[in-house]
Design a protein around this ligand. Structure first.
Ligand SMILES: [Cu+2]
Length: 250
C-alpha cells in the first residue's frame, strides 16, 4: 500500500480556512436564520389525520381536592384526548426539515389563559420571538412553571392580583412543557417555531398544512404522551397530499 504523502503547508492552510468557513456557516445558519422565503405560486398542501392505533387506554377522572369552587369537583386528564373516531387531539404536526417556503408569520402576542383551572389552549404554537401573555382569569393562585432548554425557563406565582404575566420566547423550541404546581392536573405545551409549517390537530385528529412548495419533507407528529412519529411526504405542484398517521402508547 502506498504511503499517503504528507499534506503540504499550503494544503493545511486551505483546509484550515475551509474548516473556519464551515464553523462560521454553522454558527450563522442556526435555526433562527436558516429559513428562506420563496414564491409559493405552485405550492401544494398536506392534509390528514392522526389516529390512535387500537383501543385507547381508559381515562380516569381526576378528583379535585383544592379550589373546588373555581376548579370544579373533577377534571378530565388533558394529556391524551382520543375522539370516538379515534382522532387524537393536540398533536403537533410539522415539517421538521423545511428550509424554504411561504413567509414567516411575524412574532405576535399570544394569549395563554388559566380558566376553570385549565390551560387554554392546551397546545400553544407561535413563531419564535413572540410574547406569551399568561393570563389568570380565575382569581385564585396559579403557579406557572415553564420548563425550557433553549429558552430560559421560569417559575412564576400568579395570585389574584397578578392578572397577566408577559414572557418573550425568543428561540425556536419544542416541546416547552408548562405545569401548575398548585393544580397538578394543569399541563400544557408551548411550541416556538422558526418556519411557518406547523399545526395542531383538532378534536378529530385533523390538520392541514397549506402553501407547501413542491418537494419531499419529513412530516413529523409529536404528542406529549405518545412521542414522535415521522414519515416522508412528497408534494407535487398544486397537489393536496392526504395522509393518515397512527400513534399509540408503546
Ligand atoms: Cu393552577
Amino acid at each position: 500500500m502506498a504511503a499517503r504523502p504528507a499534506a503540504s503547508q499550503s494544503q493545511v492552510r486551505s483546509l484550515a480556512a475551509v474548516a473556519a468557513a464551515v464553523c462560521v456557516l454553522a454558527a450563522g445558519a442556526g435555526p433562527a436564520g436558516a429559513y428562506q422565503t420563496i414564491d409559493v405560486a405552485d405550492a401544494g398542501s398536506i392534509a390528514g389525520r392522526v389516529r390512535y392505533e387500537g383501543d385507547p387506554p381508559p381515562s380516569a377522572a381526576i378528583v379535585v381536592t383544592i379550589d373546588r369552587d373555581v376548579c370544579g369537583e373533577q377534571k378530565t386528564p388533558s394529556t391524551l384526548l382520543v375522539g370516538p373516531d379515534r382522532g387524537i387531539a393536540n398533536v403537533v404536526v410539522r415539517l421538521a426539515d423545511v428550509v424554504k417556503g411561504k413567509a414567516l408569520p411575524a412574532p405576535a402576542a399570544v394569549t395563554f389563559d388559566q380558566k376553570g383551572c385549565e390551560y387554554t389552549p392546551h397546545v400553544l404554537l407561535f413563531p419564535a420571538g413572540s410574547t406569551v401573555r399568561i393570563q389568570n382569569s380565575d382569581g385564585i393562585l396559579h403557579n406557572t412553571q415553564v420548563n425550557a432548554e433553549r429558552n430560559r425557563g421560569f417559575n412564576v406565582a400568579q395570585p389574584k392580583s397578578r392578572r397577566v404575566v408577559e414572557k418573550k420566547i425568543m428561540e425556536p423550541e419544542m416541546p416547552i412543557r408548562v405545569q401548575c404546581d398548585v393544580h397538578r392536573w394543569m399541563r400544557a405545551v408551548w411550541v416556538a417555531e422558526d418556519h411557518p409549517y406547523y399545526a395542531v390537530t383538532d378534536a378529530h385528529g385533523s390538520f392541514v398544512l397549506d402553501d407547501v412548495p413542491p418537494g419531499t419533507y419529513r412530516l413529523e407528529v409529536w404528542h406529549e404522551t405518545l412521542g414522535t412519529r415521522a414519515q416522508p411526504v412528497t408534494v407535487q405542484p398544486h397537489q393536496r397530499v392526504v395522509v393518515t398517521l397512527e400513534m399509540a402508547k408503546r
